[in-house]
Design a protein around this ligand. Structure first.
Ligand SMILES: Nc1ncnc2c1ncn2[C@@H]1O[C@H](COP(=O)(O)OP(=O)(O)OP(=O)(O)O)[C@@H](O)[C@H]1O
Ligand SMILES: [K+]
Ligand SMILES: [Mg+2]
Length: 675
């Protein structure tokens, strides 16, 4: 994603110009009712050029042609805004498509290995990928460990470790294995891969109007209908005053009154917002998620892999009372014989590093108790009847007590010492005896404290939710600088926290990487999964951060706020504008018949004709003038939302009334020699 198409290059502009003409098709136009009304006006005014008396009172052919030309440009400008916004996504999609090529995969069928094209792979297929080979499809590592170059999708050149079991098990098609060998279970059918989704996303194929946009559109349509009724009834009232109003004049009045500025820019604003998120290397699955992030009050983060680097490694075996470190290591290793999680394998690595041995045969034929977030334990039930466990200290304590064992006196102090240093203690037990602890080390990602400080200044509360013990949680929470934390939380607890906040009327974002985070990611208003995380997490989320940086939420929130502000500001501006145009046109229409109307001609415009045309020209050119603002968004500074609102109301409301007076006057001065 980092190899972006430059913001405005020649090719982009020429394609957008083409699209602006193609979009004149009334069937496409109908999707934007405000601009569709302008198009109907255009058709009528063209008709009047050829049949001037079609609706009675006629005006000069020159005026008729002028109105038609200005209306045509009004529509073209609006189309251009939308096409330009869409064009950037299309250019990105094209460059992504180029990286997508067909490759050969080694599909494993039982003990046969078959060479098949990647397009033949289906969900559930198992493939083997070795050093130097491209990963043929999205999937989950089921065996082995490899370093993978994901720069094709993330733009990040440093390789990442992918391994079975843990939160780093998901792989993406099109990325490259640069060392070792892994077995992968394919998780997507052809055409539904991550890359496919990414392409259709940036291409805008999946773009749907957000609820906010639909609401605003409804307001704009209502305004249009109201003004349409006003303009249609106007001739009857005028008739009563014995004034004849020509149809082209009425069309010009209508187009000036209806909210064409925001109507023309609305979809460009939305598309550009999505595009800005993508440029921060975040994939948003819907515009709704981007908008919601602008109003986020609370952010829930998981600890391991989100706030910390997540490579929780065994660094020491700590015995209790009469036991030795070797004994702890021995039983920790036995319990980890089949534990494919990074924590489990790091135990075996620490044994190797210490050059301590254990009976590798002992675990053979044992019943495997896999690690689960709910039990927070893993281990084996040995064939000889002994049960070996390792896991969160409180979980193992409960398990030992249930079997009638006692808790060694020194356990608590040792475990507290590890936890207060920010480490995770895992207790190791066989039946009713606790041998000691495994010290799992992890570190807080760099720069977290400053980032959480920034969130606080944006008025966002941060809560860390972890399955870890309270002491470790407290230490990491302090180190990272989050506002609040919840320890020993199960997946259900994470959802409960989100629901509690939502019940208070708050909008909640959740970041996470694990399968156990998936339900919470789905429950949150904005769920951001780390790209390093599991397939389940990525599927449940409505955004994926390709850089796996949880503090990226700051940028996403800023973009969301900016999107909402831009839309609000331009709507205010557009409607304020129309008031000024009203003052230009209404006096002009009645001036000839009612000389007193001259009083209302506050702008002292040259003639009725030039007044109407100036207003109409201003109405058209304001659209392209505002395109850069619609695309870039109005500037966002972290401050309270009420102050922001006041500031924007002043700039865009007051500015919206004043600017047209000046603009129309200038245009009037310029065209007075022609009319
Ligand atoms: N392989 C394992 N075997 C036994 N116990 C484990 C294993 N891995 C983790 N644990 C224990 O289970 C607890 C919960 O782990 P898990 O990774 O599910 O936490 P979590 O809820 O995702 O929170 P976070 O990711 O923020 O730490 C850990 O704190 C640890 O005590
Ligand atoms: K208008
Ligand atoms: Mg986790």
């Amino acid at each position: 994603m980092k190899n972006q198409a430059s913001v405005m290059n020649r090719e982009l502009i020429s394609k957008a110009l083409q699209q602006s003409v193609i979009k004149l098709n009334p069937r496409l136009m109908m999707k934007n009712p405000v601009m569709f009304v302008v198009e109907v006006g255009l058709i009528i005014s063209i008709l009047l050029i050829f049949v001037p008396n079609a609706f009675g009172e006629s005006v000069s052919t020159g005026f008729n042609i002028a109105v038609a030309v200005i209306l045509l440009f009004t529509i073209l400008f609006a189309n251009f805004a939308e096409a330009l916004a869409e064009g950037r996504g299309k250019a990105q999609a094209d460059s992504l498509k180029k990286t997508k090529k067909e490759i050969m995969a080694h599909r494993v069928d039982g003990d046969k290995v078959m060479e098949v094209p990647s397009t033949d792979l289906r969900k559930g297929d198992i493939v083997r990928v070795s050093q130097g080979e491209m990963i043929p499809g999205d999937g989950e590592v089921i065996k082995g460990l490899a370093s993978v170059d994901e720069s094709a999708i993330t733009g990040e050149s440093a390789p990442v470790i992918k391994e079975a079991g843990g939160d780093f098990s998901s792989v993406t098609g099109g990325t490259m294995v640069i060392s070792d060998e892994i077995m992968i279970r394919i998780t997507s059918d052809p055409g539904e891969s991550f890359m496919d989704r990414m392409i259709s996303l940036v291409e805008g194929a999946e773009r749907q109007k957000t609820p906010n946009e639909i609401a605003l559109n409804t307001v704009l349509i209502s305004l249009t209908i109201i003004f349409l009724m006003v303009v249609v009834t106007l001739p009857f009232m005028a008739n009563y005053l014995e004034i004849d109003l020509a149809v082209p004049v009425l069309i010009a009045l209508l187009v000036c009154l209806i909210p064409t500025t925001i109507g023309g820019l609305l979809s460009a604003i939305g598309i550009a917002g999505m595009d800005r998120v993508t440029r921060f290397n975040v994939l948003a699955m819907s515009g709704k998620a981007v908008e919601a992030s602008g109003d986020i009050n609370t952010i829930i983060l998981d600890k391991t892999g989100t706030i910390t680097y997540g490579n929780r490694m065994a660094s020491e075996f700590v015995p209790t009372d009469e036991h030795t470190a070797q004994e702890v290591g021995y039983w920790a290793a036995i319990s980890s014989t089949y534990d494919e999680t990074p924590e489990g394998r790091s135990v075996l690595e620490l044994m190797k590093k210490q050059a301590w041995t254990y009976d590798q045969e002992l675990g053979m034929g044992a019943e495997i108790i896999e690690f689960r977030a709910e039990t927070r334990m893993s281990g084996l039930n040995l064939p000889d009847g002994r049960k070996v466990r390792k896991g969160a200290v409180d979980a193992v304590k409960n398990w030992v007590t249930e079997q009638g064992g006692t808790i060694p006196p020194s356990l608590q102090a040792n475990s507290d010492a590890i936890a207060s240093a920010g480490g995770t203690p895992l207790a190791v037990a066989v039946d009713h005896t606790i041998y000691g602890l495994i010290y799992l080390k992890d570190t807080v990602k760099a720069g977290m404290k400053e980032r959480f400080e920034q969130m606080r200044s944006m008025g966002i509360k941060t809560i860390m939710c972890t399955g870890d013990n309270p002491l470790t949680a407290a230490t990491i929470a302090r180190e990272a600088g989050v506002d609040d934390y919840i320890a020993e939380s199960t997946p259900e607890d994470k959802i409960a926290v989100i629901r509690r906040e939502q019940a208070e009327g708050k909008l909640v974002a959740m970041t996470g990487d694990g399968t156990n985070d998936a339900p919470a990611l789905a429950q949150a208003d904005v769920g951001i999964a780390m790209n390093s995380g599991t397939v389940a997490a990525k599927e449940a989320a409505n955004m994926i951060d390709l850089d796996s940086d949880p503090s990226k939420i700051i940028e996403v929130v800023a973009i969301g706020k900016q999107l909402l502000m831009t839309r609000g500001s331009l709507t205010t501006f557009s409607i304020a504008n129309d008031i000024a145009k009203y003052f230009a046109i209404i006096p002009a229409m009645f001036m000839v018949a009612i000389p007193q109307m001259q009083l209302l001609n506050v702008m002292n415009l040259h003639s009725p004709t030039s007044a109407i045309l100036s207003a109409l020209i201003f109405n058209a050119v304001i659209i392209p003038i505002l395109i850069p603002l619609a695309m870039k968004g109005v500037a966002y500074k972290p401050m309270s939302s009420s102050r922001l609102l006041q500031r924007n109301l002043f700039i865009y409301g007051f500015g919206g009334v004043v600017v047209p007076f000046i603009g129309i006057k200038v245009i009037d001065l310029l065209i007075q020699w022609f009319v």
